[in-house]
Design a protein around this ligand. Structure first.
Ligand SMILES: [Zn+2]
Ligand SMILES: [Zn+2]
Length: 218
């Protein structure tokens, strides 16, 4: 085999490896991006984690309602920089000291740091059975929760790795909702405070109104 051919093959392999790393490897050690997250129970937004969690796994919060993603090692790059890693240390502070039970979010189960537990089929205050769901939307500005739109259901739960892109700095962009509520309810805008008057059918009302027909998704 001519030497030129061998060189071309070697260059091709190196290029393929680099390309593969580029397309599957982000976030990488030098990256730093953010996703907004919110926990919603029967239409009621819950408080976000108020303290700084351990940055050890590269996926953590600084108590600001954001998931910060800056991998420290190749171990927490790419698909490993996922929600599961965020949740794993959600009850411990930056020094690893336990603050509370943390947040559990998996298929069929949402458990809040205060111990309240919600499982698929449990009723919301209005009597409708709820379901644990992951919804992922996008925002052009991570600092503005009200700009989170285009929520779509995602079945990866803890394996979901926030995506890059979408906002002005080209890295931040995901709005993540960990939710328990009636299936098919239209997600309210991702504001941190309750939003009465939103189209969601799960808004608790004082009147003993019969449950209306499900609102079609917009
Ligand atoms: Zn950050
Ligand atoms: Zn950080």
């Amino acid at each position: 085999m001519p030497v030129v051919v061998i060189i071309v093959i070697i260059i091709g392999i190196i290029a393929a490896v680099l390309l593969l790393r580029q397309t599957t490897g982000r976030p990488r050690v030098t990256d730093h991006w953010h996703a907004r997250y919110q926990v919603v129970v029967c239409g009621e937004p819950q408080p976000s984690i108020s303290f700084e969690t351990s940055p050890e796994l590269g996926v953590h919060t600084h108590g600001d309602g954001l998931i910060h993603i800056h991998p420290n090692s190749t171990d927490d790059e790419g698909k490993n920089a996922n929600l599961g890693r965020f949740l794993a240390r959600s009850g411990a502070d930056a020094g690893g000291r336990k603050v509370n039970e943390g947040l559990t979010f998996e298929r069929g189960l949402l458990r809040l740091p205060d111990g309240r537990e919600f499982r698929d089929g449990n009723p919301c205050p209005d009597g409708q059975p709820g379901e644990v769901r992951l919804l992922v939307g996008r925002t052009p500005n991570i600092g503005s929760p009200e700009l989170c739109t285009d929520y779509k259901e995602n079945d990866k739960f803890g394996r979901y790795a926030p995506r890059e892109g979408g906002s002005e700095n080209k890295l931040d962009g995901d709005c993540i909702r960990m939710e328990f509520g009636p299936p098919g309810a239209t997600p309210a805008p991702g504001t941190p405070s309750p939003t009465p008057g939103a189209a969601a059918t799960s808004s608790p009302t004082a009147s003993p109104a019969p449950s209306p027909a499900p609102t079609p998704a917009r």
